[in-house]
Design a protein around this ligand. Structure first.
Ligand code: SF4
Ligand code: SF4
Length: 740
C-alpha cells in the first residue's frame, strides 16, 4: 500500500500547554516516512477536529492517519476512519498528565512517542480479513441437556440461531429431572421442577435439533468451521457447527471417601442424591428396613472444604439441605431435622428458604462432626458445637444425610498418567498437569495438536479467568456453561448458560467477518507464516496458548486462523522470525525501538524501553496518568499484544543501540494467573531468564533487563516500579554500547 500520511496533534486536555506542539514536527525529521500533512488542532476529538481529518482523507487522499492525542483506549469510536490505517500516539495520559509541563525531558518524551507512532504506521498494512474457502457456519452446538444446556439451546434459538443439542443420556433434563422439587425464586418455599417445561420448549422448537443417547466422536476444525461427528443410537451423523457451548454438567462427589461419616458402614447414612431419589419415589424411609423416618441428621460440607477430599465449596449443598428438610416436614409434620454445619451458605434471597426451615423447627448446630455411629439400630452423631464450646450428641436418628458437593464431569476419577521424561534420563509414568489437555474426560474429542479436551484448572473445571473472561476456555469458540464451568445452583446455571450462548453468538458473528473475539475483539489481523523459512522446530505449535496451530506429519505448522486470538505468542516463539501480522511484527517493534532518540552519555539522560502488555499494564499506566502520578521521564513505553510475543532480538537490538535497560510490564502468572493469553507473561519470563546469561557473557549487567508483574488495578505502583528501575540503571551507569 502506498501510504499518504497525515499527522494530527491535539492541543486540548493540557497537551498544548505541556509540550511545544510545533517542535514535534522537527522531531520526526529523518524518519523513513515523511508526513504529507502535519497539523495541530485545538481539540482533535471535537466535530471540527474529526472533520479536519475526514476532509484530508477525502480531499488530500490521506490513507494513513496518526492521531497524537489521548490514549488509544479512549475515543476509539471517534477516531475511526474506515479504509485508513490509524495509529494513536498517547500524548495525554502517557506524557502530559504524568510529566511536568514545559520541561525539556517532557518534550523529548513526546518527540519519541510521535517517532514511535510514525515508525509503527510506516511498517503497517491494512488487514485483509481471513476468509476460508469453506462456508462459515453460524449453527451452535450445545453439549449437555441439563438445566444449563437446555437454557443455552433455548436462548440461542430465541436469538434466531440454529442449535444442535447433544445429550449422552436417553432423556433430557440432567440431574435436575431426577430430583423431586427445586429451590428457585421466590425462595420462601420449594417448587415443582421448572426443567419439565424447559424440556418441552426445547423439544418443540423448530430451530433446535436434539440428539439424545448420543456422544461426540470427533470435533475437527475451529470456530465457524467445526465438523462434528456424533455417534447416536448405533448410527452416526456429521454436523457443521460454528461454536460450542459445553454444558456437560457435574457428578456427585464420590461418597466412598466419606467412611469417617459412616457412609458405606451404616445403611442409613445416605447422600443428598439418595435422599432426592427417595423423595422422588414418594417416600423417605430407612434404607436398612424400610421403616419410617422421624429424626434426620444432615451433615453439611460432607467432604467439601476439606483439603484432603473436595477442597472447594459447591455453593448449593446448603440449599439442597434446606430443600430436603422441607421435604421431611411436608411428608411428616412430626419429623425433626438437625443440621450440623461449618457455615450456612445461603446467599441473597435464598436466605428466605433458610429462615423458613428455621421456622419449621429444624435445629442448626455449628460445629465439626466428630463421629457417626450406630446404637440399637439408630444412628448417633457426635459433634463439637463451636458456638456453645461443648460437645453435642444427636441420638436416635433414623437417617443421616451427607450433603455432598459437585464435581465437574471433566474431572476424571483418577488423574491420568503419561509417559514423561525422567530426571535421570529415560521416561517414567507421571500424573499429567491440569493444563496438559489430557486432564478432562473426553466430551468433545477435539482434533487439536494439544490434545482432545479442554485444558482444566486444578479442580477439573475448564481453565478461564473468573473476572475477565468467565465463559471462555482455552479453545476459542468453545464456552463453558453451568456446573461444567463452576459449582452453582440451577438459577445461576440458567443465567450462566445465557451468557455462554451470547459468547458463542459473538464468535460466530465475528468469525463470519474475519474478526477476532475477546480480548482483541474486532481485530482483523491474523498471523501470517512465511513457510519457506520454517525449520519445523515446533515452537509455535507448542507455545500457542489456544491450540490454534496444528502440524502436518512433517512437522510443518498448520495454522487455524479462526481459532487464533491474535496474541502474537507464536511470533515471539519463532526463532526464524517468520510469523507476523499486518500491523505487528518483530521487524516493526525492532524499528520502533531504533526510532527512539538516544542522548549521548554526557547528557545524563538514560533511556529505558518499557514493553507493556496492552491488557493490564497499559491500562494501569493510563490510570497513573489519569491520576496525574509523576514518573521518570526517561522511560519509553511500547505496548505489546502480550508479553508472550517478546522476541529476544529486541533486547539485543535495544542494548546494542545504547538503550540503558529494558523493562517488561506484564500480568501475574502461575496458578492464579491473570494473563489474557494464559501464559504470555510466563513465557516472557522464561525467555528473559535466558537473556540474563547472555548479558553476563557480554559483560552487561543482568539488572538492565527486568520483568515486573502488574495488574490493571496497580496504577499507584507504576511510579514506584518505573522510578526504581531507572534508579537501578543510574546506579549501574550508562550502557557502554551507547554511541557505538
Ligand atoms: S497469534 Fe496467538 S492464538 Fe494466534 S496462532 Fe499465534 S500464538 Fe496462537
Ligand atoms: S516456530 Fe517458526 S520455524 Fe518453528 S515451526 Fe513455527 S513457524 Fe516454523
Amino acid at each position: 500500500m502506498d501510504k499518504k500520511l497525515g499527522v494530527y496533534v491535539c492541543k486540548g486536555c493540557g497537551i498544548g500547554d505541556a509540550i511545544n506542539v510545533e517542535a514535534l514536527s522537527e522531531a520526526i525529521e529523518g524518519l523513513d516516512v515523511t508526513p504529507h500533512l502535519f497539523k495541530d488542532v485545538p481539540v482533535l476529538c471535537s466535530k471540527e477536529g474529526v472533520d479536519t481529518i475526514k476532509a484530508d482523507i477525502e480531499g488530500e487522499g490521506i490513507n494513513a492517519v496518526v492521531v497524537a492525542a489521548c490514549s488509544p483506549r479512549v475515543l476509539y469510536d471517534v477516531f475511526d476512519f474506515p479504509g485508513c490505517l490509524l495509529e494513536r500516539v498517547n500524548l495525554r495520559e502517557g506524557v502530559t498528565w504524568c510529566q511536568p509541563p514545559g520541561e525539556e525531558d517532557t518534550q523529548m518524551m513526546a518527540n519519541d512517542y510521535l517517532r514511535l507512532g510514525i515508525t509503527k504506521i510506516s511498517k503497517s498494512e491494512l488487514p485483509e480479513p481471513f476468509k476460508p474457502e469453506e462456508e462459515i457456519s453460524k449453527r451452535i452446538m450445545v453439549v449437555g441437556g441439563g438445566m444449563a444446556g437446555l437454557t443455552a439451546a433455548l436462548e440461542g434459538a430465541k436469538a434466531g440461531y440454529e442449535v444442535v443439542l447433544v445429550e449422552k443420556e436417553a432423556e433430557l433434563g440432567g440431574w435436575k429431572a431426577k430430583f423431586y422439587k427445586e429451590f428457585s425464586a421466590p425462595y420462601n418455599d420449594i417448587h415443582d421442577l421448572s426443567v419439565t417445561s424447559l424440556i418441552q420448549q426445547v423439544q418443540g422448537h423448530d430451530k433446535i435439533k436434539v440428539y439424545t443417547a448420543s456422544e461426540i466422536d470427533k470435533t475437527a476444525g475451529g470456530p465457524g468451521l467445526y465438523s462434528v461427528d456424533i455417534k447416536s443410537n448405533g448410527g452416526s451423523a456429521q454436523e457443521k457447527i460454528g461454536a460450542i457451548v459445553m454444558a456437560t454438567g457435574w457428578k456427585p462427589y464420590d461418597p466412598s471417601n466419606l467412611e469417617h461419616l459412616g457412609y458405606g458402614k451404616f445403611k442409613n447414612v445416605v447422600t443428598n442424591i439418595q435422599m432426592e431419589e427417595m423423595a422422588k419415589a414418594g417416600k423417605i424411609v430407612r434404607p436398612s428396613d424400610g421403616g419410617p423416618v422421624k429424626k434426620v441428621g444432615f451433615i453439611q460440607c460432607a467432604g467439601s472444604r476439606d483439603p484432603e477430599r473436595l477442597p472447594y465449596c459447591s455453593a448449593v449443598c446448603c440449599l439442597a439441605t434446606m430443600k430436603q428438610a422441607t421435604y421431611l416436614k411436608q411428608m411428616d409434620a412430626d419429623s425433626q431435622a438437625y443440621v450440623v454445619y461449618k457455615d450456612i451458605r445461603t446467599p441473597m434471597q435464598t436466605e428466605d428458604l433458610y429462615r423458613k426451615v428455621q421456622r419449621d423447627g429444624a435445629v442448626f448446630i455449628r460445629g465439626e462432626v466428630e463421629s457417626v455411629s450406630e446404637q440399637g439400630g439408630s444412628l448417633v452423631i457426635e459433634a463439637m458445637d463451636v458456638l456453645l464450646n461443648d460437645k453435642v450428641r444427636l441420638e436416635e436418628l433414623d437417617l443421616v444425610v451427607l450433603a455432598t458437593g459437585m464435581v465437574p464431569t471433566s474431572m476424571p476419577a483418577e488423574i491420568p498418567k503419561k509417559e514423561m521424561p525422567a530426571e535421570g534420563g529415560g521416561t517414567e509414568l507421571r500424573e499429567v498437569a491440569p493444563d496438559s489437555g489430557f486432564f478432562s474426560t473426553p466430551a468433545l474429542r477435539l482434533q487439536y495438536r494439544q490434545g482432545p479436551e479442554i485444558p482444566t484448572l486444578k479442580y477439573g473445571f475448564p481453565d478461564s479467568h473468573f473476572v475477565c473472561f468467565p465463559y471462555e476456555t482455552r479453545r476459542t469458540g468453545i464456552y463453558a456453561a453451568g456446573v461444567a464451568h463452576r459449582p452453582m445452583d440451577s438459577t445461576q446455571a440458567k443465567s450462566d448458560a445465557a451468557g455462554a450462548m451470547l459468547k458463542a453468538i459473538q464468535v460466530v458473528e465475528a468469525t463470519a467477518v474475519g474478526a477476532a473475539v475477546h480480548p482483541r475483539s474486532g481485530d482483523m489481523t491474523y498471523p501470517d507464516f512465511f513457510m519457506q523459512r520454517c525449520t519445523q522446530c515446533k515452537r509455535c505449535t507448542e507455545e500457542c496458548p489456544f491450540g490454534a496451530i496444528n502440524e502436518d506429519e512433517k512437522g510443518n505448522p498448520l495454522p487455524n486462523p479462526t481459532r487464533c486470538r491474535r496474541c502474537g505468542v507464536c511470533m515471539g516463539a519463532c526463532p526464524e522470525r517468520i510469523i507476523s501480522f499486518k500491523n505487528y511484527s518483530v521487524g516493526m517493534i525492532g524499528s520502533m525501538i531504533k526510532s527512539i532518540h538516544i542522548p549521548e552519555e554526557d547528557e545524563e539522560k538514560p533511556r529505558a524501553v518499557v514493553l507493556v502488555c496492552e491488557n493490564d499494564a497499559y491500562p494501569a499506566l493510563d490510570m497513573a496518568g489519569l491520576q496525574k502520578l509523576r514518573y521518570s521521564p526517561f522511560v519509553r513505553v511500547i505496548p505489546m499484544r502480550c508479553l508472550g510475543g517478546l522476541n529476544l532480538v529486541w533486547i539485543a537490538d535495544a542494548l546494542s543501540r545504547g538503550v540503558d535497560g529494558i523493562l517488561l510490564l506484564g500480568c501475574r502468572h502461575g496458578d492464579d494467573y491473570q494473563c489474557h493469553f494464559i501464559k504470555g507473561s510466563e513465557l516472557a519470563t522464561t525467555r528473559l531468564s535466558k537473556v540474563a546469561e547472555t548479558l553476563n557473557r557480554l559483560a552487561l549487567e543482568s539488572e538492565r533487563v527486568k520483568v515486573e508483574e502488574v495488574s490493571i488495578a496497580d496504577a499507584h505502583r507504576i511510579p514506584e516500579i518505573l522510578n526504581e528501575f531507572m534508579e537501578t540503571l543510574e546506579g549501574i551507569g550508562p550502557n557502554p554500547y551507547k554511541g557505538w
